[in-house]
Design a protein around this ligand. Structure first.
Ligand code: SF4
Ligand code: SF4
Length: 239
């Protein structure tokens, strides 16, 4: 089978003699048999570390989990700086994590029961693979957008009974956050952990409104009154 790997903007074709193998095994094959300088990331090789995420036929996939087929095209993730071949810079993601409130801020004495764990279980499974950012049309045009996994992690702590400072968390996602998302759902489709950032963002919107925040996309009554009273100078009787 033949696969095409994008390497520094060039498309390079490789002939793999093995069948029914993972993409990661195919990349290892290329490195061993054709070009030892091919660069890609991998870690656990079992879908846990999230480091081998790439685009397969323009869809985000973990190289260690997906089977490779004839004519597959392999590219680095989108909207991040490419360091070499399939290796992308993780600094953007590190900064997002550092600059947002995706951690426990103020510890409560609440006892955590099994049913409470369930509320934060799925969101805690994020492996930071960056696939959701590569699929996000808002992140494409606005690098200040907090983006899917940050918002999912904020919900994880908003739902955590151990967190006392819910308001601080909700406050942090009002700008370049929940209201900027188009709810396209690309991130939910891209996530290998079956996390649903789109629904998490909708939940955060609901919780924000319940806590007194306003949806900025809804015009205020003052604005609507002003708009209705605006004199355009147009007189239909003059025709
Ligand atoms: S649902 Fe929102 S966060 Fe997810 S990809 Fe679409 S715009 Fe981005
Ligand atoms: S939310 Fe899913 S797609 Fe996004 S970084 Fe976490 S595991 Fe990857």
């Amino acid at each position: 089978m033949k696969i095409t790997v994008t390497r520094d903007s060039n498309e390079v074709e490789y002939n793999i003699s093995e069948e029914n193998i993972t993409l990661l095994a195919a990349l290892e094959y290329v490195k061993e048999n054709f070009d030892s300088s091919l660069a890609y990331r991998s870690g656990c090789k079992s879908g846990i570390c999230g480091s081998c995420s790439v685009l397969v036929n323009d869809k985000e996939s973990l190289a260690c989990k997906c089977k490779v087929s004839d004519k597959d095209t392999i590219k680095p993730l989108k909207y991040v700086k490419v360091i070499k071949d399939l290796v992308v810079d993780v600094k953007q993601m590190e900064d997002l994590l550092k600059n947002n409130k995706t951690y426990l801020e103020e510890l409560s004495n609440e006892k955590i029961l099994k049913k409470d764990e369930k509320l934060i279980d799925l969101q805690s499974n994020c492996i930071l693979c960056q696939s959701c950012y590569s699929s996000c049309p808002v992140y494409e045009v606005n690098k200040e957008f907090k983006g899917p996994y940050i918002l999912t992690r904020v919900l994880r702590y908003v739902n955590d009974k151990k967190e006392l400072n819910i308001n601080n968390k909700l406050d942090s996602i009002q700008t370049n956050g929940i209201w900027d998302c188009t709810l396209c759902g690309n991130c939910t489709i891209a996530c290998p952990q079956f996390i649903d950032p789109k629904t998490d963002i909708m939940n955060l919107r609901m919780k924000s409104i319940q806590n007194g925040y306003t949806d900025p996309t809804i015009q205020s009554n003052d604005f609507l009154n002003e708009f209705n009273n605006f004199d355009t100078g147009f007189n239909p009787n003059s025709f």
